[in-house]
Design a protein around this ligand. Structure first.
Ligand SMILES: Cc1cc2nc3c(=O)[nH]c(=O)nc-3n(C[C@H](O)[C@H](O)[C@H](O)COP(=O)(O)OP(=O)(O)OC[C@H]3O[C@@H](n4cnc5c(N)ncnc54)[C@H](O)[C@@H]3O)c2cc1C
Length: 340
């Protein structure tokens, strides 16, 4: 195995992937684990506050990711200390300070966060080859935890107004539109949270929902329904929706019950989730279900031996604690596989 090759490659350092890394390390600290991607690019880091984690107060997503990243660093320090201790025992205390190099300490750590997106995963005789934008490593097993990408440019006019009144994150950009009118397009808890966030800043909020219900938790729905300046249009075919304006966004057109409508707005938040992006696995014949999610068995193993999937990429319910649990158990299953 070359220096940067590993036992376990975890692709996607969101809550799911980082939980998998902690589980694998806890089960077997001798494993070398490479965690690929950008932790602060995860959903949790980019968007809002996380509630409902047992034993934890409401926490800002980026703070949670920071804490988990620090936890991984502590685990690394722990394994480096273990190496120093072993060297002391082997060589005697005096020689250790001279003989141990920073490189050795770096190699001694068990979890390597590699801030590089993975382009391709190939199957090779010994397991897998992981190709990033700038590196190539081998791995004996892989966990895919890349989450769900945002669906972009699916609404007419959307791409003409990016940074001119179209945003893809109400939580990030809402405060920029204080006192203005806003439209938010989408469904589910994301949209409910985004809408409640906008309530703090915008004078009027219109939600355009593609289904008959918002599909969010009741506690959010109740708050939304109690707010006078929020109006929801249900059952809107998103193909009928169009963002309009001249230099900047001025309105949104859509068809409701056969009737064309146009509402004026200063900003349109489009927060739609796409199917999993599996282009990095295109050389592998991986089983997916009809909705494009990766199929796994009860051990979160895919049809390809040594390749596991965890979290929303396999259609898991999008709650932090569930994703942490799913990541954690996948870390255990992958470690069991490696130890066999
Ligand atoms: C506004 C908002 C509020 C929320 N609040 C709550 C809450 O209160 N309670 C709750 O339970 N849940 C909440 N959630 C849900 C939950 O926190 C997240 O959706 C969840 O963290 C998603 O985790 P994930 O690990 O599956 O995916 P992600 O967080 O999306 O992580 C995936 C990671 O994979 C990386 N990646 C993608 N492709 C590659 C590649 N090719 N190579 C390397 N890396 C790659 C991404 O950059 C990212 O870092 C909230 C979500 C949002 C958006």
């Amino acid at each position: 195995m070359d220096d940067d090759s590993c036992d376990l490659a975890i692709i996607g350092p969101g809550l799911t992937g980082m939980s998998a890394a902690i589980a694998a390390y806890s089960k077997n600290p001798d494993l070398r684990i490479n965690l690929y991607g950008l932790p602060f690019d995860s959903n949790t880091a980019k968007k809002g506050e996380i509630e409902n984690i047992p034993g934890t107060d409401k926490i800002v997503g980026v703070d949670l990711i920071q804490k988990v990243t620090e936890q991984l660093e502590k685990l690394n320090a722990e394994s480096a200390q273990k190496v120093v201790k072993e060297m002391k025992e082997q060589q005697g205390v005096h020689k250790v300070s001279l003989s141990i190099s920073l490189l050795q300490l770096e190699q001694a750590s068990s979890i390597h966060i590699i801030n590089d997106n993975v382009k391709t995963v190939n199957q090779i005789e010994t397991g897998f080859e992981i190709i990033t934008e700038s590196q190539k490593h081998n791995a004996k097993a892989v966990i895919l935890s890349t989450g769900l990408p945002e669906l972009k440019n699916s609404i007419k006019g959307e791409e003409n107004f990016v940074h001119k009144g179209v945003s893809h994150c109400a939580v990030c950009d809402g405060a920029l539109f204080r006192g203005r009118k806003a439209v938010i397009i989408g469904i589910g808890n994301f949209i409910a949270r985004g809408t409640l966030h906008l309530r703090e800043y915008c004078r009027k909020i219109t939600v355009i929902c593609p289904e008959a219900e918002l599909g969010c938790d009741k506690r959010f729905l109740k708050k939304i329904e109690r707010t006078q300046n929020i109006k929801i249009h249900y059952n809107i075919n998103l193909e009928s929706v169009e963002v309009v304006g001249s230099n900047v966004v001025q309105g949104v057109k859509f068809t409701k019950e056969g009737e064309e409508k146009e509402i004026s707005t200063d900003v349109v938040f489009i927060e739609l989730k796409d199917k999993p992006n599996l282009t990095l696995l295109q050389g592998l014949d991986i089983d997916v279900n009809d909705d494009g999610f990766i199929q796994t068995n009860e051990f979160n193993s895919t049809n390809i031996k040594g390749l596991f999937a965890a979290g929303t990429v396999k259609g898991e319910i999008d709650y932090s604690t569930i994703l942490m649990g799913d990541g954690y158990k996948t870390g255990i299953f992958a470690t069991d596989y490696l130890e066999q």
